[in-house]
Write a protein of this length. Structure first.
Length: 61
């Protein structure tokens, strides 16, 4: 069974760089409090790393 990551936006994207805003949108996060569940893959980990100061991440089964 693959590990999945629950990503929740905790802070605003206002004031962030264009790349950070686009990364949040690519993850499917539109506003504070939005949560998405993604597969644990290197591409997703890289996207999370780009906006790590704006999101909270938990592992779910």
């Amino acid at each position: 069974m693959s590990v999945r990551l629950q990503v929740t936006q905790r802070k605003s994207r206002i004031g962030g760089t264009q790349s950070q805003r686009e990364t949040l949108r690519s993850l499917g996060l539109k506003r504070i409090g939005d949560t998405v569940v993604k597969e644990d893959r290197p591409e997703i980990r890289g996207m999370i790393n780009t906006v790590s100061h704006l999101v909270a991440v938990e592992e779910v089964d």
